[in-house]
Design a protein around this ligand. Structure first.
Ligand SMILES: C[S@@+](CC[C@H](N)C(=O)[O-])C[C@H]1O[C@@H](n2cnc3c(N)ncnc32)[C@H](O)[C@@H]1O
Length: 284
């Protein structure tokens, strides 16, 4: 493991052991909803260097290390992974903020065959710049895959019902004040196109806010919300996005949080948010 970068950071999600368990559960839940797949892109033949940005617990890094034993997998995050990925001979973990590691040359331009990034919605304030940094790190014909949410809300009939849930509107407004794009999942195809990627593909999956009996593959994600695994995550995000704005008293924040929990119970069956994978190839 190397720790060359020590700049301060502001991440809007939680960092806790409870969150680490949630991330590992979420990994399996996402695999289930995506047809037992973690990755969607077709990689260049015999990749030698792969980057996992914002690796979290290291659960995706482990899968990459196993799938590509002759590649060197570089995993970066501002926090240490919980899985002992640095014990694997084909993994290097680097602690630091992604943009800093690019700026100081720790991550070398033109050196990666495949770059994977998942669920950085609560950190990245300039996706155009992020996508261009990633393009610079790839070798010609290298592949980038990004997976993220759009915090839109749809009925199981695919009708947009976002406006029926003012708390989500409030979260979107506060996230945007911080420069975050809460609909980034849907915007990634344009970011990749603007950065010059080719063969761009985009696939959407439902991330249900309520159980959906006709879609059993979504059960684990719905359970994550309703089984309470995500409670700490939700509360931290509300505190960081709304609470830190200084616009609400502690009593108002308690009310907003209680309303949010009530709203979750009231969602109709199959109400979902879109989660998407977008991938493309850098020109040869
Ligand atoms: C929601 S978690 C997702 C983790 C992992 N990608 C996954 O899908 O399981 C987001 C992760 O991104 C990390 N992160 C946030 N901002 C980052 C940055 N600027 N550079 C590197 N990692 C970052 C956080 O520390 C956190 O571990």
């Amino acid at each position: 493991m190397t720790t060359p970068s020590s700049s301060s950071h502001e991440y809007n999600g939680p960092h806790s052991s409870e969150e680490n368990s949630r991330l590992d559960y979420q990994h399996n839940a996402l695999r289930t909803v995506m047809g037992s797949k973690t990755f969607h892109a077709t990689l260049p033949t015999s990749p030698t260097r792969i980057l996992d940005i914002g690796c979290g617990t290291g659960v995706v890094t482990l899968e990459l290390a196993e799938k590509y034993p002759s590649a060197q997998i570089i995993a970066v995050d501002i926090i240490l992974p919980t899985h002992p990925i640095q014990d694997l001979k084909n993994v290097t973990f680097i602690q630091g903020k992604f943009a800093d590691l690019v700026a100081d040359g720790t991550l070398e331009p033109g050196s990666f065959d495949y770059i994977f990034s998942r669920l950085l919605i609560l950190e990245i304030t300039d996706w155009k710049k992020q996508t261009s940094l990633i393009s610079n790190l790839l070798k010609p014909s290298g592949v980038y895959e990004v997976q993220d949410f759009s915090w839109n809300i749809l009925s199981k009939e695919d009708k947009v019902i976002f406006d029926q849930y003012p708390i989500f509107g409030l979260m979107k407004e506060h996230a945007e004040l911080k420069g975050l794009d809460t609909f980034c999942g849907d915007h990634h195809p344009k970011h990749l196109a603007d950065a010059g990627f080719e063969n761009i593909q985009h696939e959407r999956f439902p991330w249900p806010l309520q159980y959906w009996p006709e879609r059993p593959e979504t059960y684990m994600l719905a359970h994550m919300y309703h089984g309470g695994e995500s409670l700490g995550f939700r509360m931290t995000v509300l505190d960081n996005l709304l609470g830190r704005s200084g616009r609400y008293s502690p009593e108002q924040m308690d009310e907003i949080k209680a309303d949010f929990e009530k709203m979750l119970k009231d969602f109709s069956e199959g109400t979902y948010q879109p989660y998407s994978a977008t991938w493309g190839r850098k020109p040869a």
